[in-house]
Design a protein around this ligand. Structure first.
Ligand SMILES: Nc1ncnc2c1ncn2[C@@H]1O[C@H](COP(=O)(O)OP(=O)(O)OP(=O)(O)O)[C@@H](O)[C@H]1O
Ligand SMILES: [Mg+2]
Length: 595
């Protein structure tokens, strides 16, 4: 199963229930916008009739000064109505487009926050960013300009045609309009191609974003392996592809507009020929004739706007699909139906016959895992790299889901524990120690957000990083990663530990969290843990025996299986894998000391 965001067949923008709900929510704004727009359109289409009547009166020598002032008053009133109406529709229609854009963006982020780790493995941040910017913009274009053009095309087209047919001459209207219909037909045909090319362009753009995001994240690796040139080549290929897709789209769009202008010129020629003829024959007046020419040029805009509207709607439909594919992505990890009603979580953990494969993979990462620890005990986990240590603890946090009846916390099936309760009661120090580009203070306070400085300092002291922090010029206010403040691996690890400790969680999980600190500092941290975590459960993953030797229970993982378990003493006696790791590390230590 491939879970990547994909474009399917476009189903049409207005058919989407999601969009309809927004249209309903903002119906009064749209209604006011549409009314203002129609007022503007009616006002505009009055002008040719007024000008026509002036011409007729001049021709019949009936024209006198009192008429001039009434014409001026009419024209000025029309201008004022158009002026106010245009401000109003801009505000109501464009403004509403922006409001909906804001709502959708919030919806998308909210939904993304619920997605599982699996989802973010399949969809990279770069791609998701492209959907949240480029595609959302295309959707907004429909909700603002798209809807405006659509209404304008319909209102302006209808009113103009009505004036031409009823007030001037039906046959002449037919002669002028038939060529213009060619515009609508050709636009319809080209619109399909346009939509396809637009979708390709957006996909190429998403690829490009993904590429840039990844390369910039890995810039240090690129530089240290002197791969800049190769990376630049690959970037250029990516840019070229996006450029080609863009050009492909522009080609069809640039064909459309001049074609429309050509056709409208043709229509004008027909109208002048036939209209001139019937004016000479006095079937219509000179005023009618000039009014008709003006109307005909007024019809060109609705025809052109038809093309633009179709483009906007086509692009919007393709983009909406991608936006909705994010919104409709099911939440994989959520509270179960038969949720337990516990409201506190105690840290006893039992794992029974746990087997695990990552989603969409074949590799059995954990094999028949069984162990039990009581509340207040410390579990040490050791094992070769890739043996499944991190996997085991991320499963406890439900970052990925296990089968029913395999993991129990507090005697409850893990899957039935309210997700919020579970995660609030676990303090997790991930192996990669991610910190946000915020102050050290806020990074430590991240899980509690109370801003209690004494607690923050206490946590930092317990994780033996306080002394480092106060050495920075801005102390706890130092912003991580800014203005040259780059934290060392060990500092990051200890800030991550402080972030977990400040929660005073029932279960604390340290995933290889002291690997980058020296053994003296490690000893201090472990001593603090021993004092502060009395009665609470700890899981400590390590590669060094020294980190876990005092644990109540130690399990040794190898290739996804528990190969040994017991206390340090028991395991050393067993002379198995644990013993051989122990011997090796003792030897290393001795050699180290001899230096
Ligand atoms: N998100 C993932 N999707 C698929 N496979 C994964 C994923 N994470 C880890 N694996 C695989 O699961 C196995 C166990 O990985 P895990 O990270 O649990 O090992 P580990 O014991 O923590 O290793 P280390 O000591 O290097 O941290 C590895 O074979 C790894 O390739
Ligand atoms: Mg690991």
């Amino acid at each position: 199963m491939n879970n990547k965001i994909k474009s399917k067949k476009t189903t049409g923008f207005m058919k989407s229930n999601y969009i309809r709900a927004f249209l309903k929510k903002y119906k009064f704004n749209y209604l006011l916008g549409v009314i203002s727009l129609i007022v503007v359109d009616i006002a505009q289409t009055r002008v040719p009739i007024i000008v026509g009547s002036v011409i007729d009166q001049i021709e019949s020598k009936n024209f006198h000064m009192t008429l001039i002032s009434s014409v001026i008053i009419k024209l000025v009133s029309i201008s004022i109505a158009i002026y106010i109406g245009r401000i109003a529709w801009r505000f109501f229609i464009f403004g509403t487009g922006r409001s909906i854009e804001k709502d959708i963006r919030n919806d998308m982020f909210l939904h993304l926050e619920k997605m599982s780790s699996r989802y973010f493995q399949d969809n990279t941040p770069g791609e998701i960013m492209a959907y949240m910017t480029n595609d959302l913009e295309a959707v907004r274009m429909v909700l603002g300009p798209g809807i405006l053009f659509l209404i304008d095309v319909l209102a302006m087209g209808t009113i103009t045609l009505y004036s031409m047919i009823v007030q001037i001459d039906p046959l002449l209207t037919l002669a002028g309009v038939v060529p213009l219909l060619l515009i609508a037909v050709s636009v319809r045909i080209m619109g399909r191609e346009n939509r396809k090319r637009f979708r390709n362009k957006q996909e190429a753009f998403a690829e490009l974003s993904k590429f840039v995001q990844e390369q910039l994240t890995g810039i240090k690796v690129i530089k240290s392996f002197v791969q800049e040139e190769k990376t630049i080549d690959a970037f250029e290929r990516n840019v070229k592809r996006t450029y080609e897709k863009n050009m492909h789209l522009i080609k069809i769009q640039s064909l459309m507009h001049p074609f429309m202008q050509f056709i409208s010129g043709l229509a004008l020629a027909v109208a002048i020929g036939y209209g001139g003829y019937i004016t000479i024959k006095q079937r219509i007046t000179l005023g009618d004739f000039t009014a008709f020419i003006q109307y005909l040029s007024m019809l060109v805009w609705p025809m052109v706007a038809t093309g633009m509207t179709i483009n906007i709607f086509a692009s919007g439909a393709a983009s909406l699909e991608r936006v909705e594919s994010i919104l409709n992505e099911p939440v994989e990890i959520k509270d179960s139906e038969n949720l337990s009603n516990i409201d506190t979580l105690l840290g006893s953990i039992e794992v029974k016959n746990l087997n695990y494969k990552y989603p969409n993979t074949e590799n059995q990462v954990l094999k028949n895992i069984n162990f039990k620890i009581e509340k207040g005990q410390t579990l040490g986990i050791i094992g070769r790299t890739g043996s499944g240590k991190t996997t085991l603890v991320t499963l406890l946090l439900r970052l990925f889901d296990v089968d029913k009846n395999t993991v129990f916390i507090n005697g409850e099936d893990l899957l039935n524990i309210p997700l919020k309760l579970l995660r609030e009661n676990i303090g997790y120090v991930p192996q990669d120690n991610f910190l946000f580009s915020d102050t050290i203070k806020n990074n430590i306070d991240f899980g509690v957000r109370k801003g209690e400085m004494d607690k923050i300092i206490e946590a930092a002291k317990d994780s033996v990083v306080h002394e480092n922090i106060i050495d920075f010029k801005d102390g706890y206010e130092t912003v991580v990663g800014e203005r040259g403040v780059v934290l060392s691996g060990g500092q990051k690890q200890r800030i991550s530990i402080a972030r977990a400790l400040i929660k005073n969680p029932e279960i604390l999980i340290l995933d290889d969290s002291v690997s980058a600190v020296d053994t003296d500092t490690e000893e201090k941290i472990l001593k603090h843990l021993n004092e502060k975590r009395k009665g609470k459960t700890n899981i400590i993953i390590a590669h060094r025996i020294s980190t876990i030797q005092n644990s109540d229970k130690i399990i040794v993982l190898d290739d996804g299986k528990i190969v040994e378990s017991g206390t340090h003493k028991e395991l050393v006696h067993k002379k198995g894998l644990y013993h051989s790791i122990y011997e090796k590390q003792l030897l290393e230590k001795m050699l180290e000391e001899q230096k």
